[in-house]
Design a protein around this ligand. Structure first.
Ligand code: ADP
Length: 397
């Protein structure tokens, strides 16, 4: 016979003390011994566990402890349940579900019909569950029964996978819409020109042809930006290796971005001549996009300044400032999203594709830099790109 847990000394002590008081008060030694015997016997019986149950409990506790140690540091949330009660939850599971999850009923912890069905049926199976830790997260709930009582529950986070696939779907839908609009317009005007034959005045014909040309150019810009974006994205984990002298590159690219007719609005200020590890073609594109935007959205009678310097902490810094209407604060965090525009009509009218800043963001990320946007309503906007210090860039590459 084996005892269960620590021996109940306080109970035994109380029984003996009571017996001593009883014998002193009554002098009935034999009767007191009988009462003491029954009392101690009850304590002993309640403390004793049959050996077979004792063994199973010890093995279970041992197994559960071993499993708990084994899974504690896994990056996947894993739980062990006994019937439906959670008896082990590793660190990641406690982080996702909260510390109180231990000892809780798994059906209460998960609260989702699919998961509850598997737990109630004590079945092996998987189901998707949503909103476990945050409102929009998505998990695969995988339950495997180990024996009559014990089961393991593993949770696989599908949130980023689902987000990526949603982003891809949105991107395809947006890109198709952007391509369809100029195409529909080109087809419409060409059909009108064909059907009207000679009934259309030369001026009108010229106007239609002009629209067809600008819509075709819009398509061309869009396809070219889509290709740039996919190239930059494909290379995003490749740290650039070429040493690039920024001053001549910025000078040339800013001029290209402005074009001959807007050149006089450009003010270049170079206080330093930083060199970075970079991809010259992508850096040129970054400068062109920022300068083109500043000239497009800045006040047309005001200059755009392009500054290049090195910060006090040694980071090469490029900033492009305009004196336009500025950007409302609520739009700023979204500007680098593909096809995001604060004013779609104005963007399209000026030949914008809505992809320029998305491309800039990816180029900055590939160069391990940082993009900051500061804007004041009615005063203008400054886009600043900070590149890593040359020593840090060399370490990171
Ligand atoms: P777009 O081809 O439309 O110019 P971008 O990705 O380059 O696309 O820019 C996204 C949006 O950000 C623009 O449509 C515009 O609304 C806003 N934006 C970008 N640069 C500026 C700026 N310098 N001043 C004001 N708004 C800007």
């Amino acid at each position: 016979m084996q005892p269960r847990g620590a021996f109940p000394w306080p109970g035994v002590g109380l029984a003996i003390a009571t017996a001593l008081v009883l014998v002193a008060a009554t002098g009935q030694f034999l009767l007191t011994c009988a009462v003491l015997f029954v009392w101690l016997g009850t304590i002993w019986l309640s403390h004793w566990t049959p050996p077979e149950i004792q063994r199973v409990t010890e093995v279970e506790a041992y197994d559960a402890q071993r499993l708990a140690r084994l899974i504690e540091n896994s990056g996947t949330p894993i739980l062990l349940t006994k019937r439906s009660r959670i008896i082990v939850a590793n660190k990641t599971a406690r982080k996702v579900l909260g510390n109180y999850v231990l000892d809780q009923d798994a059906r209460v912890a998960f609260r989702q019909p699919g998961a509850i069905k598997l737990i109630d049926a004590q079945a092996n199976g998987r189901t998707r569950i949503r909103g476990l830790a945050r409102r929009r997260d998505e998990w695969l709930f995988n339950r495997q029964q180990l024996d009559d009582d014990l089961a393991v529950i593993e949770l696989i986070n599908l949130t980023s996978e689902v987000d990526i696939s949603r982003a891809h779907t949105d991107f395809v839908a947006n890109a198709s819409h952007e391509l369809r609009t100029p195409l529909a317009s080109i087809i419409g005007y060409v059909e009108t020109l064909i059907e009207s034959e000679d009934s259309i005045t030369p001026q009108k014909r010229q106007k239609f042809l002009g629209t067809i040309q600008s819509e075709a150019k819009r398509l061309q810009n869009l396809v070219s930006d889509l290709m740039s974006l996919s190239r930059v994205e494909a290379e995003k984990h490749d740290r650039p290796q070429d040493t690039v002298n920024l001053r001549p590159l910025v000078e040339k690219a800013a001029g290209d971005g402005a074009g001959a007719e807007r050149m006089q609005r450009l003010q270049l200020e170079f206080s330093d001549e930083p060199a970075i590890l970079g991809d010259p073609r992508q850096l040129e594109q970054l400068v062109r996009n920022l300068v083109d935007n500043a000239l497009k959205y800045g006040a047309h009678d005001k200059p755009v300044s392009v500054r290049l310097d090195i910060t006090e902490s040694g980071e090469p810094r490029l900033s492009v400032s305009d004196q336009g209407d500025g950007i409302p604060a609520e739009h700023i965090p979204h500007l680098t999203r593909r096809f995001y525009r604060t004013d779609p009509g104005r963007s399209r009218a000026s030949g914008g594709t809505g992809l320029g800043l998305a491309i800039v963001k990816h180029i900055v990320e590939r160069h391990a830099g940082r993009l900051d946007i500061v804007s004041q309503r009615g005063q203008g906007t400054t886009f600043t790109v900070r590149f890593p210090r040359p020593a840090e860039a060399a370490e990171g590459s």
